[in-house]
Design a protein around this ligand. Structure first.
Ligand code: CZF
Length: 201
């Protein structure tokens, strides 16, 4: 048995591989052109992660566990926007999109700037079910970008301590808590599925 990662994003391949390494299973990446990219039409990260995992499972080689991830930033004062559209609600980079969010939040005081990063990791077991695991990181949106240790939404996301994510360095391939939690739960899900399966054989 092995795990196939449902993403073409090289950074995501790296951190998902690290996050699922504790399962002890070999990890396969998709081959060029192996799977047509799935349209992310879901209304939650969970739905989109499952859409990606099921699309890859249809084209996977042999029995494999497919793991796919979807994440987003949900801002309370904007009714959850950008949510599932975090990576693509406007052209340009995540830094450009962050600036647009700050403009939309102009005049909103700190006590109404609550936000949450959500990560969902979906697993599609061979011949069986799909299951989704969720991780969250709660905080607030800064008044202006802060920190230079990383880019994108990290610069506008403040932890409850008031420190921005971009002020905290990350080791190469390391991820923030929402992704780490979702991957840890998915790893536990894989290990218990393997245990159950061994019991049945
Ligand atoms: O600065 C950030 N710090 C974080 O901690 C964080 N967590 C999520 N995100 C953003 O959320 C979107 C996910 O998009 P996403 O899951 O659709 O990925 P993707 O389309 O690249 O990959 P794939 O799985 O479709 O291959 C992207 O804009 C990410 O930058 C973060 N940004």
């Amino acid at each position: 048995m092995d795990i196939t990662l449902g993403t073409w994003n090289p950074g995501k391949v790296e951190w998902m591989s690290r996050g699922l390494a504790g399962t002890g299973l070999p990890i396969r990446r998709l081959k060029e052109g192996q799977v047509p990219e799935a349209e992310e039409t879901g209304s939650s990260c969970e739905e989109n992660a499952l859409i990606k995992a099921l699309a890859v499972a249809k084209h996977a080689d042999g029995p494999t566990i497919v793991a796919a991830e979807d994440s987003g930033l949900f801002i309370e004062a904007l009714d959850g926007f950008p949510g599932v559209r975090t990576a693509r609600f406007a052209p340009g980079s995540d830094d450009d999109r962050s600036r647009l969010l700050l403009e939309r939040l102009k005049g909103v005081p700190m006590e109404r700037r609550h936000a949450v990063f959500v990560s969902a990791v979906a697993l599609k077991m061979p011949g069986g079910f799909g299951k989704v695991f969720r991780g969250e990181l709660r905080g607030r949106i800064a008044m202006e970008p802060v920190g230079d240790k990383s880019e994108g939404y990290d610069r506008i996301f403040l932890l409850p301590t008031g420190i921005s994510l971009a002020s905290l360095p990350l080791e190469a391939g390391e991820v923030r808590d929402h992704r780490r939690k979702a991957l840890a739960l998915a790893s536990e899900g894989i290990l218990s599925w393997l245990d159950e399966r061994r019991g049945l054989i």
